[in-house]
Design a protein around this ligand. Structure first.
Ligand SMILES: [Zn+2]
Ligand SMILES: [Zn+2]
Length: 197
């Protein structure tokens, strides 16, 4: 009987391969935490809590770099043009950075709905990295609260959400939305008017 570890036909998954098409969260978040006023890593000996504009621009530049790197090795034309759209959207932020980052909080990311493996189809992949979710045994897929309920690897969408605060796919703003974990849907919205008395 063949060992289950035997590699047949020289075809096997290199476990580290998917990460080459993933955004480097570590370097992004270390910069973001320095810039973001709500960042946990804000040094308390820094009397100037507000980030300077070049810092904000650098966050976007780093994110743009990562998207550009992904675009350079895009497996499909569709993926490349999607990524290049994100790259050009970031151009604006780099050249005319907002006074503060308008992305979502880390808490928002943490509260995003996780999509369990059983809900993921075999061919489904992340629009950013194009790696089929199920190819990664540790995939962590989240569903955004936009109308399209767009799904991404948390790793891929996290930096974009933290800095831009929109769904990369439909650009719906996340900032004003609350992710409520187990909230029951209110079947009568007029209730709100009744309570306002
Ligand atoms: Zn991805
Ligand atoms: Zn969306």
């Amino acid at each position: 009987m063949a060992s289950q570890y035997e590699v047949e036909h020289n075809v096997r998954f290199a476990p580290s391969a998917p990460s080459t098409r993933r955004i480097n969260m570590a370097s992004f978040f270390s910069l973001l935490n320095r810039v973001s006023s709500s960042g946990t890593a804000t040094p308390h000996n820094n009397p100037h809590a507000t980030p300077t504009l070049p810092d904000v621009a650098n966050v976007f530049r780093l994110l743009q770099d990562q998207m550009q790197t992904l675009a350079a090795t895009a497996p499909t034309d569709e993926n490349r043009s999607f990524l290049m759209e994100l790259v050009s959207a970031l151009d604006e932020d780099i050249h005319d950075p907002p006074s503060r980052l308008e992305g979502v909080s880390q808490e928002f990311l943490d509260a995003l709905e996780r999509v369990s493996r059983s809900r993921l189809g075999k061919g489904e992949d992340c629009a950013i990295c194009k790696i089929p979710y199920l190819e990664d045994q540790y995939c962590l897929v989240v569903e955004l609260p936009c109308k399209g309920r767009h799904q991404f690897d948390l790793e891929c969408v996290g930096p974009w959400l933290r800095s831009k605060g929109t769904c990369p796919m439909c650009r719906e703003e996340m900032g004003k939305k609350k992710v409520v974990a187990a909230a029951e849907e209110d079947d009568d919205e007029d209730d709100m008017d009744m309570m306002y008395a």
